[in-house]
Each structure stands twice: as structure tokens, then as C-alpha cells.
Design a protein around this ligand. Structure first.
Ligand code: BEZ
Length: 214
């Protein structure tokens, strides 16, 4: 089956900068970000990986592990990581898969032949603790990702997995959220006894549940 949201992520074995791993075992019961980059020793990728290493603690706070991938070798990954540390100020602190035979890249559809038939594009997947794919985004090689946006989506996914809410445009932690339309007012009253603001019958805003008042 083609990879889509809601589908169980395929398991794999891979060689990484932190040794061989089995994806499911490595992930355990954490959330996971699996991302690909086109090539080692390239400028955009250097900035992306350094930045992501610098914000790893934010993902850890959310019980989310990070793993990267390209079709380069372990040796290249390791030599390049010295450049990342030197130029971006952060040592790589998550595993990078050396997918020389493109096995994982093909499994996850990370090679888009009309863009480039040998290199991976900038794919991002978020998996939940049950290994279900909850987000897929694809960026072209020429556009560096905004990993703060990936963190924002992770926050939204974790919140909406726990409460019957959705997050509105440009939502940030602490902003009001939307009561899902499938919850009628009677059921919403039980879930949100402190009330909500009805903008339209289908647009009901409520304070972010589970968040301590400032
Ligand atoms: C980069 O990371 O700078 C890059 C990689 C492949 C194509 C274009 C840019």
C-alpha cells in the first residue's frame, strides 16, 4: 500500500552513524521524526542538520526521537558531521542512516525521479508511538525546512491525539483551539465544563486543554 497518513510505517534495518538498527526497536514507544536530505557536504543540508541538532532537546521533551537519511556512506556522514559542528555550532546528536542501496528511501518514497533520480528529496515523516504515519511533507532540494514548523505540528498532533480538538491557522502552544465538529454541544459541555466561545455553530473556540493558566 502507498504510504499515506494513518498507514503503519514500514519497519526496516539500516546502518547508521550510531551503528546498525532496527527501526521499530530503535523507536520504542516514542514519537519519531524520520527525514531525508539530498546529499552530504551540501550547503542547505549543512544548515538544516546543524539547526535540528541544536533543537533536539525540544523534541526529547515531547518524547520524540529524530533520525535522518541520505544515500551517502557512513564515512561521508561522519566526515561531514565535523563540518556541521564547525560551521553550525552543533554536533550531530541523532543517527543518520547511510542508505547506499536506497532500500529505505524506496520504501518511504523519498526518491522523486522527476526531481532527481538518484538523490532523496527533503521528506519529513512523523510517526506516533504506534508507528502510524501522522504527517508527510516533501520539500524540494533547494528549500531548507523550517524545523520549528515541524515541532509546531508535533505539538498539534500530540494535543489533538489526547483531546477532541483541532488547531486553527498559525496555532501556537497556549493559543485557543477548536472543538471538533463531531462533538455536539452537549458532549462538549462534559469535556469542556468551563465553556467556550461560539463564533459560528461549527467554529467553537476553547482554551487549550491541559495547559496551566499563566
Ligand atoms: C543543499 O543541501 O544545499 C542542496 C542539496 C542538493 C541540491 C541542492 C542543494
Amino acid at each position: 500500500m502507498a504510504l499515506q497518513l494513518g498507514v503503519k510505517a514500514p519497519d526496516f534495518q539500516a546502518m547508521t552513524t550510531e551503528g546498525p538498527l532496527n527501526f521499530y526497536q530503535w523507536a520504542g514507544d516514542n514519537w519519531v521524526i524520520l527525514f531525508s536530505h539530498p546529499k552530504d557536504f551540501t550547503p542547505v543540508c549543512t544548515t538544516e542538520l546543524g539547526y535540528l541538532a541544536g533543537m533536539k532537546s525540544e523534541f526529547e521533551k515531547r518524547h520524540c526521537k529524530i533520525i535522518g537519511l541520505s544515500v551517502d556512506s557512513i564515512d561521508d556522514h561522519k566526515r561531514w558531521s565535523a563540518d556541521i559542528a564547525e560551521t553550525q555550532g552543533h554536533m550531530l546528536n541523532f543517527p543518520l542512516i547511510a542508505d547506499l542501496d536506497r532500500k529505505v528511501a524506496n520504501l518511504y518514497g523519498m526518491i522523486h525521479p522527476m526531481a532527481n533520480d538518484t538523490l532523496t528529496v527533503r521528506s519529513v515523516f512523523i510517526m506516533d508511538p504506534a508507528k502510524v504515519i501522522r504527517l508527510m511533507i516533501t520539500y524540494p532540494a533547494s528549500t531548507g525546512r523550517d524545523f520549528n514548523e515541524i515541532l509546531r505540528v508535533l505539538d498539534s498532533l500530540q494535543l489533538t491525539a489526547k483531546y477532541q480538538v483541532a488547531t486553527p491557522v498559525n496555532w501556537r502552544q497556549g493559543d485557543d483551539v477548536i472543538i471538533v465538529p463531531s462533538l455536539d454541544d452537549k458532549a462538549a459541555k462534559a469535556k469542556f465544563p468551563e465553556g467556550w466561545k461560539t463564533v459560528k455553530p461549527y467554529l467553537r473556540l476553547v482554551h487549550q486543554p491541559g495547559r496551566k493558566a499563566a
